[in-house]
Ligand binder design. Structure first.
Ligand SMILES: NC(=O)c1ccc[n+]([C@@H]2O[C@H](COP(=O)([O-])OP(=O)(O)OC[C@H]3O[C@@H](n4cnc5c(N)ncnc54)[C@H](OP(=O)(O)O)[C@@H]3O)[C@@H](O)[C@H]2O)c1
Length: 329
C-alpha cells in the first residue's frame, strides 16, 4: 500500500506558536514512547502515524530509549518515514532526546557532552535522518555541570544535527538556569517537556511562569496520565491496556480506589460537556495559552481519533473548572 497524505490534513488542526520562536506546533502532538517498539504490531502503528499526519499532527516525539527494546521506536519510525513520509519531511517536526540509560558504561546515561553527542548520532542513524528538529536533554543530571550539558545542546545545533534545543523534566529553578545558559551561548531554548495532567500538576507551582517569562514553549507529556484519564479503567483493567502489559510503564497500583472514584466523577462531568474523559483531560490542558501542544500517546487509531476531538471544545465555564478542582482535591 502506497501512502498518500490527505489533502485536507491542515483543515481541522490548530497551530500554536512555540514561546517566542518562529516555530508553530499542532495543538496535539504524538509521542512514540509506547506502542511503536519491536514488541508492538507494525501494521497498527503505521496506521496511527498515517492518521496522525492526515489529521494535521506534524510533530512526532521520540527518544533514544523508546521501544522496547530501547532504540526500536526510532528504527521503526525511521523505516515508516522512508517508506511513507519521505515526501513530507519538511512538513514534520521530529524530536529525540538523551538523558536516561541507553548503553552500558559511564558514557551511555545522564548529561555529559560525550553521551549527548554520541546518542544523537545513533538516533539519526536509526531514523535515517540528517537532522532532528528538536533535541532534548531528557532529565537533569545532578553531577554534570549544567554548562557542559547546555554546551552540548549548543554544539549539536551549531553542527546542524538539530535545529532547536529543548529540556525535559527540569524543575523551575534549574530550567531557568538552563534557559539562561543557552541564551548566552546563542542557542535559545525552544521548549520544555514536563509531565502535566489533571493528576500531576507540579508545573503550576512555578515552571509555567518561568517558561512564559522567558518566551519558552511548553509541551506537557502524559496528559492522559498514561490512560488513567480516560474511561478505560472504569470497569476493571482491560487485557490490552498499558496497566496490564508487562512492557507498560503504568502500574496497576496507581489505580487506587480513591483515584478511580475521581476518574468516575470526571467521566460524568465530561459527559455533561459532551466530551469523552480523554477529550476533557486534553481540553483542560489546552485551555491554558501557555501550553504549546499536548503530547499524547495512542495504542490504536481509534484512540487518536477520540483524543483529537478535544479541539472541538477547549473552553471551560468557571463552574466547570470549580467542579474539576473539587473532584481533584
Ligand atoms: N520527557 C519525558 O520524560 C517523557 C516521559 C513520558 C512520555 N513522554 C512523551 O509523551 C508521550 C505521551 O506519553 P503517554 O503515552 O504516557 O501519554 P498519555 O496520552 O497520557 O497516555 C497514552 C495512553 O493512554 C491510552 N489512551 C490514549 N488515548 C486514549 C483514548 N482516547 N481512550 C482511551 N485510552 C487512551 C493508551 O494506552 P493503552 O495502551 O492502555 O491503550 C495510550 O497509549 C510519549 O510518547 C513521549 O513522547 C515524555
Amino acid at each position: 500500500m502506497t501512502y498518500v497524505a490527505s489533502p485536507k490534513r491542515y483543515k481541522d488542526m490548530q497551530y500554536r506558536r512555540c514561546g517566542k520562536s518562529g516555530l508553530k506546533f499542532p495543538a496535539v502532538s504524538l509521542g512514540l514512547w509506547h506502542n511503536f517498539g519491536d514488541v508492538d504490531v507494525t501494521d497498527n502503528f503505521r496506521k496511527i502515524l498515517h492518521l496522525a499526519f492526515d489529521s494535521g499532527i506534524t510533530h512526532f516525539d521520540l527518544a533514544n530509549n523508546y521501544g522496547p527494546p530501547p532504540g526500536s521506536a526510532e528504527e521503526n519510525f525511521g523505516r515508516i518515514l522512508k517508506q511513507d513520509f519521505s515526501a513530507y519531511r519538511d512538513e514534520m517536526i521530529i524530536s529525540s532526546k538523551a538523558g536516561y540509560t541507553m548503553w552500558d558504561g559511564p558514557y551511555g546515561d545522564w548529561g555529559s557532552k560525550k553521551y549527548l553527542v554520541a546518542s544523537l548520532d545513533q538516533s539519526l542513524k536509526r531514523m535515517g535522518l540528517d537532522y532532528v528538529d528538536i533535541f532534548y536533554h531528557h532529565r537533569p543530571d545532578p553531577e554534570t555541570p549544567l554548562e557542559e550539558t547546555m554546551g552540548a545542546l549548543d554544539l549539536i545545533v551549531r553542527q546542524g544535527k538539530a535545529l532547536y534545543a529543548g529540556i525535559s523534566n527540569y524543575p523551575a529553578d534549574e530550567a531557568a538556569k538552563a534557559i539562561d545558559i543557552l541564551r548566552q551561548l546563542g542557542t535559545p531554548c525552544l521548549i520544555h517537556q514536563p509531565k502535566y495532567s489533571m493528576f500531576e500538576r507540579w508545573v503550576e507551582g512555578g515552571l509555567l511562569d518561568v517558561l512564559a517569562a522567558e518566551g519558552v514553549g511548553c509541551i506537557p507529556f502524559s496528559p492522559l496520565a498514561q490512560g488513567m484519564l480516560t474511561n478505560k479503567y472504569l470497569h476493571g483493567i482491560p487485557d490490552d491496556s498499558r496497566a496490564a502489559k508487562a512492557t507498560g510503564f503504568l502500574q496497576t497500583s496507581q489505580l487506587t480506589a480513591k483515584r478511580l472514584e475521581k476518574i468516575k466523577k470526571l467521566d460524568a462531568l465530561a459527559k455533561q460537556r459532551g466530551q469523552t474523559l480523554a477529550q476533557m483531560a486534553l481540553s483542560w490542558i489546552l485551555k491554558n495559552s501557555r501550553v504549546t501542544s499536548v503530547l499524547i500517546g495512542a495504542s490504536k487509531p481509534e484512540q487518536l481519533s477520540d483524543s483529537l476531538k478535544c479541539l472541538d471544545n477547549i473552553v471551560f465555564s468557571s463552574e466547570e473548572l470549580a467542579k474539576i478542582e473539587a473532584i481533584l482535591k
